[in-house]
Write a protein that binds this ligand. Structure first.
Ligand SMILES: O=c1ccn([C@H]2C[C@H](O)[C@@H](COP(=O)(O)OP(=O)(O)OP(=O)(O)O)O2)c(=O)[nH]1
Length: 145
């Protein structure tokens, strides 16, 4: 699938790092210099990228596990949703869940983008739903562990 992309950064377009990777790494676009995230601080980090995603598809912004395990860096709204009709810049809502400041440098790979199909549904209001073995059970109703 080809996706039209505007790249306002001086970084290369997101690329798959291995032949069968699902995600394309997104880089920080910080022309004015690095940004420091203090402990528990969150910031929207620009990528310099705007997309034209085909109708029927979305893009998901997901954390990178390496940054999560090594530095406690996550996404507040994980996974972020990029709508097909969004034409603005993709931004990444990073949060520092560690006790140490974390420096985000220009060009650093901060998150990953997955393009996925989605359904557009219509509602069918009813008076009752079909019965199942689970019924309304959840939240550990089958036991923990
Ligand atoms: O991590 C994210 C999440 C969203 N967006 C952009 C693309 C998306 O299409 C738009 C709106 O996102 P969302 O629907 O999650 O935001 P909202 O809080 O529901 O606001 P809106 O009322 O604008 O839909 O913001 C990003 O750039 N990064």
């Amino acid at each position: 699938m080809h996706i039209p992309v505007l790249n306002h950064s001086r970084h290369p377009l997101p690329a798959y790092q291995t032949p069968h990777a699902a995600g394309l790494d997104l880089r920080a676009h910080l022309p004015d210099g690095p940004v420091t995230l203090g402990p528990l601080e969150r910031q929207l980090i620009p990528t310099g990228l705007s997309l034209e995603i085909p109708v029927g598809y979305e893009a998901q912004v997901r954390p990178r596990s390496g940054l999560a395990v090594k530095h406690g860096i996550g996404l507040v709204n994980s996974p972020g949703t990029i709508d097909a009709d969004y034409r603005g810049e993709i931004r990444v809502l990073l949060v520092n869940l560690s006790n140490e400041p974390f420096v985000v440098n220009d060009g650093e790979r901060i998150a990953q983008l997955i393009v996925a199909k989605h359904e557009t549904i219509t509602w069918q209001p009813v008076e009752a739903l079909s019965e199942t073995q689970r019924g309304a059970g959840g939240y550990g109703s089958t036991g923990i562990g």
